[in-house]
Design a protein around this ligand. Structure first.
Ligand SMILES: [Zn+2]
Ligand SMILES: [Zn+2]
Length: 103
């Protein structure tokens, strides 16, 4: 009998409640995590390494890290504070990526 074992990444949505994506404005941004599993015959058996959670939009596939890069690269005069949570919003964002409030 031959065992086919390996390590495979598996991305799971760890948040049942999607939030609004500031890039496309759709409520498709989920908390996800990429864990690594020991697989046997291509079936995940044991979780060997848990990944860091990240937010990624299902629609445009932008992660929250990319949202943040968009913030950081923008000139300061284009940043307006969110009326609800006070976080800096870049001009052009239709929604606050932190709390989902329309900008
Ligand atoms: Zn999106
Ligand atoms: Zn906000």
């Amino acid at each position: 009998m031959i065992f086919i074992a390996g390590i495979s990444p598996k991305t799971t949505i760890i948040d049942e409640h999607p939030r609004i994506c500031p890039i496309c404005g759709l409520v498709r941004a989920y908390y996800k995590r990429t864990d690594h599993y020991l697989t046997l015959f291509f079936i995940p058996i044991i979780k060997v390494k848990a990944g860091e959670p990240f937010i990624m939009c299902e629609s445009c596939e932008k992660s929250m890290a990319e949202f943040k890069t968009a913030f950081d690269s923008g000139p300061m005069e284009n940043i307006t504070p969110c009326r609800r949570c006070g976080k800096g919003l870049q001009k052009g964002f239709m929604y606050c990526p932190y709390c989902g409030n329309p900008a």
